[in-house]
Write a protein that binds this ligand. Structure first.
Ligand SMILES: [Zn+2]
Length: 297
């Protein structure tokens, strides 16, 4: 898209962005991010147009952006809203060109969004009916390669992808009832049981394919009450409730999402996938999640 067109017509109005942020963040009134007090004086505006406040309890100053993802970046707030909106569909390079901004600075903002998303994804614990499946993603050091085309049913080859070979395995975990997905980039799949043990929060009925890394998992992890195995090799895609169709579906989103980057660095792959899980899980609420108060003191 044309840079002038973006600047002239596609950017939101600054006041609308701030208004929206205040509506989300100060739902229960303006609250001091340092001491939690609600006794606050409003006191003018910052250069970015954010309202400034003084806490009457602890005497500290803050503003609408303090502690949010917008706080430590120099872009005007409407450009940061634009980046948030476009991150789902466009690469960082495309967005930086549209805004006429330095790629590295846009990338810094994108990475901070990823960090927030990672905090979100780490909070997803597994319980109930859970599906687990593996997918391999092309992700090198420099990230110039395309994302993997993924496997085709009936033709997939096991154990081909490795972290060292720039095709790290990713575990796709789906909580079928909520539903929620979490993606986990792995160095290798040998540690899969140990990792699952860490992520399982309550009793689970685990659905996997027949891959050997899952063998005996119900005996090794107490919270796995049942292990249902789907045999893809015999062309058996779903046996009643035993299937990993939820994973297959999310992996389709994963491939489409990564394709636009023409390769992602494997070091940062987890952040991209955490952002994707936030988008997929919180369809109507991901923006509000990113805008809410995250400051920890
Ligand atoms: Zn205070």
């Amino acid at each position: 898209m044309d840079r002038e067109a973006v600047r002239e017509v596609f950017l939101p109005r600054r006041e609308d962005c701030l208004e929206y942020l205040r509506k989300i963040r100060w739902k229960e009134g303006v609250k001091c991010p340092y001491c939690g007090s609600l006794k606050i004086w409003a006191d003018g505006y910052t250069r970015k147009g954010a309202r400034k406040y003084e806490c009457r309890e602890c005497g500290r100053y803050f503003n609408d952006l303090t502690g949010t993802i917008f706080d430590r970046h120099h872009f005007p707030i409407e450009e940061m809203f634009y980046i948030l909106k476009e991150m789902e569909a466009k690469s960082t390079l495309q967005i930086s060109r549209e805004l006429g901004r330095d790629y590295e600075s846009v990338l810094r903002f994108v990475r901070e969004v990823h960090e927030r998303a990672s905090g979100y994804a780490r909070g997803i614990s597994l319980e109930g009916v859970v599906e687990v499946d593996e997918v391999y993603v092309h992700a090198g050091k420099k990230g110039e390669r395309r994302a993997g085309r993924g496997r085709r049913r009936g033709l997939r080859k096991r154990g081909r992808g490795t972290w060292e070979g720039d095709k790290p395995p990713v575990l796709t975990l789906v909580k079928r009832e909520e539903p929620k997905v979490r993606f986990c980039v792995m160095k290798n799949l040998r540690g899969v049981k140990r990792k699952l043990k860490e992520w399982i929060g309550g009793e689970v009925v685990l659905n996997t394919d027949e891959y050997g890394i899952y063998r005996g998992i119900a005996e090794e992890i107490e919270k796995v009450k049942e292990h249902r195995v789907v045999s893809h090799r015999q062309g058996e895609w779903a046996r009643g409730e035993a299937h990993v169709n939820g994973c297959e579906n999310r992996n389709g989103f994963l491939r489409a999402f990564l394709r636009k980057y023409r390769g992602v660095s494997k070091t940062y792959l987890q952040g991209y996938l955490d952002f994707l899980s936030l988008l997929l899980n919180e369809r109507g609420g991901w923006l509000a999640f990113l805008l809410s108060d995250h400051l920890r003191t």
